[in-house]
Design a protein around this ligand. Sequence first.
Ligand code: KG4
Ligand code: ZN
Length: 339
Amino acid sequence: MTAKPFLTLGIETSCDETAAAVIAGGTRILSNIVTSQVDLHQRFGGVVPEIAARKHIEAIFPVIDKALKDAGAAAADIDLIAVTHGPGLIGALLVGLQAAKALAFALGKPLIGINHVEGHIYANVLAHPGLEPPFVCLTASGGHTDLLYVPEFGRYELLGRTRDDAAGEAFDKIARVLGLPYPGGPQISRLAETGDREAISFPRGLSGEDTFDFSFSGLKTFALYYINNARQSGEEINLPDFAASFQWAIVDVLATRLIRAAQFKKTRQVVLSGGVSANQSLRREVAALAEPLGISVYFPPLDLCTDNAAMIASAGYFKHQAGCSHSWDLNAVPNLRLI
Ligand code: KG4
Ligand code: ZN
């Protein structure tokens, strides 16, 4: 008889996705349920924290039930509960955290809190079970843009991070001004497919500086002026060209700095994570820069790039294996730092 696999239930509610997943061991996904509230927030042009929290309350237990059902597992079969406890929206985080605590308490199972950014990195562990540090990792999403050196799992060295907006936030804000629906990243990226990326010369923040940090506020301001000037003079903006040039300004700095960081740390592996790693142009550019240098590039499949609970479960499993767990006083921390 084969031994029952170790099952981890992951729970993620840091923003506008209510997600639960069951994984076996650290990498085998048995179920991965994501319920998005995006339609509700679209008419406000971004996530409304109060609405997000209320919708998580409605969705959390049905989503957990579905994750268990799809995995063919009963609640009592679960060996560990891993939950995002930050960073994110406080009301949203609290819903997932309280559900996780209640389940862990009732079932008598260990509880582990996971940093959402670290969860994104583990999306690559799920997708590429053979991936071993050291590597340099870019985590770029709606809330963060960090360049990290990972010498071993669970240890992080910050090489650079955004000084203002996150990369996804820049996509979302400019898409909103253009009247495109939230979230803006996929919209701009779709428009960019038929545009000329050299059409508009957008600024690259901190270029020429000896830093691995990022800055997207100058790009955002330039884009806003461009749109306002066009509107005031009655000119029509060529949306595909605008989108392609804007996207290229972001992709160019992300890809260049990531590869430069890998060379600096003398590692032959780079990893992309977070919602912006779904961007095909970013994936292509990183691959093109990496290939001649013999650097291997890893990124998750699209459904694991954006927020999900399988990545939280995977991070939880490996941290638990390393001897980590949390007590009932684990709290939600909206600005939780990985480093
Ligand atoms: O990781 P994620 O789902 O949530 C956060 O942790 O923030 O990332 C969401 C962000 C949004 O800003 C969205 O516009 C961006 O990822 N994003 C993209 C693409 N898909 C999602 N940005 C650029 N290109 C994409 N294809
Ligand atoms: Zn995320």
